[in-house]
Design a protein around this ligand. Structure first.
Ligand code: G3H
Ligand code: 13P
Ligand code: ZN
Length: 333
């Protein structure tokens, strides 16, 4: 048994309370490899932003969970080395699907876990979430739950259609499950193709897809029912079209990739939404930079020569999100 406090990590409780009060959101960035982690820590150290490092089931399979956990421990030291005196870094399990997985993360030094029972019948979601909460809280580990279904495809979480969270259920769900934060469905989805072209209009000038707005009315209803309760938005990448263009111009093929416009995320960050999950945008930044280098220098075979520029691009992206979208800069001096 390792307690996260011994690793210099923090849970989400204080982060979220401050974010709700201050009208900003904490970035939750997924990581699968060293370059992503370096970029996240560098961006957060330079902006003094609290951060949630997320590990998905896919990341555990790809990189090995033991290695990822030790990397997160190393990240705290790296942050200090970069001159960030009091780093506020949370290590979080993204989309945990069983009690056993959540327990193993709690026992292994994670400071926060998500139990995603959103595909289960309502009562089963409550029962599973409550079981995780009862275990995690013994160690002061915070728990995110999910109510409502996001459309989209991930490695281990697949849903054809989205079902908005029902505001009339949230008080009962949060009270009976005891969760610390709640992920809701208001129209976001995972991946780089968040909306089908038929759900969008097209900008006549650029020909680009213009997505439909998020369901802010549903969010407002939820806030009214649970004032001050931390709300989480998954699937919040904005799929920057500059990256999609670079990818497509350098041998890629991502037609009609589209995300959540940043003005919508800015608006959400000012509300009860205090955790915004971003993974796909980092993948796009990485891929765009790698494709560009390899297209321009076909003889290059040293991974540092293309992973280095990819890492620099991700630092830019993360800083942009922190400063221009979420407003979390300067909140962890
Ligand atoms: O919510 C999903 C994250 O983007 C993780 O995706 O399962 O492909 O690692 P992944
Ligand atoms: P994106 O695919 O929009 O980056 O969402 C990531 C996410 O929700 C991780 O849980
Ligand atoms: Zn997610």
């Amino acid at each position: 048994m390792v307690n996260y406090k011994d690793l210099g990590l923090v849970n989400t409780r204080e982060m979220f309370a401050k974010a709700v009060d201050g009208g900003y959101a904490i970035p939750a960035f997924n990581f699968n490899n060293m370059e992503q982690l370096q970029a996240i820590i560098k961006a957060c150290a330079e902006t003094k932003s609290p951060v949630i490092l997320q590990v998905s089931s896919g990341a555990r399979k790809y990189a090995n969970q033991t290695l990822l956990r030790y990397m997160a421990e190393g990240a705290v030291q790296y942050a200090k080395e970069l001159g960030w005196e009091h780093p506020q870094i949370c290590l979080h399990l993204d989309h945990g699907d069983t009690f056993e997985l959540c327990k193993s993360c709690v026992d292994f030094g994670f400071s926060s876990v998500m139990i995603d029972g959103s595909s289960l019948p309502y009562e089963e979601n409550i029962a599973l979430t409550k079981r995780v909460v009862e275990y995690a809280h013994q160690y002061d580990v915070t728990v995110e739950a999910e109510l409502g279904v996001l459309a989209g495809v991930e490695d281990d979480v697949v849903a054809e259609e989205s079902h908005y969270t029902k505001p009339e259920e949230v008080i009962d769900f949060a009270t009976r499950s005891g969760c610390d934060s709640l992920a809701i469905s208001i129209g976001t989805s995972h991946g780089a193709y968040k909306f089908k072209p038929e759900q969008c209009t097209r900008d006549p000038q650029t020909g680009r897809l213009v997505p439909p707005p998020l369901a802010f009315d549903v969010l407002a209803e939820i806030e009214k029912k649970l004032p001050g309760f931390p709300i989480v938005l998954h699937g919040s990448s904005s799929v920057p079209q500059e990256y999609v263009d670079i990818i497509n111009a350098n041998g890629g093929n991502m037609p009609d990739a589209v995300g959540v416009p940043e003005d919508q995320l800015r608006k959400a960050a000012k509300s009860a939404v205090c955790k915004i999950n971003i993974d796909s945008d980092s993948r796009l930044a990485f891929t765009a930079a790698v494709r560009k280098v390899l297209a321009e220098k076909p003889g290059e075979f040293d991974p540092r020569k293309y992973c280095g520029p990819a890492r620099d691009e991700m630092v830019k992206l993360y800083k942009h999100k922190i400063i221009e979208v979420l407003g979390s800069d300067g909140k962890a001096e």
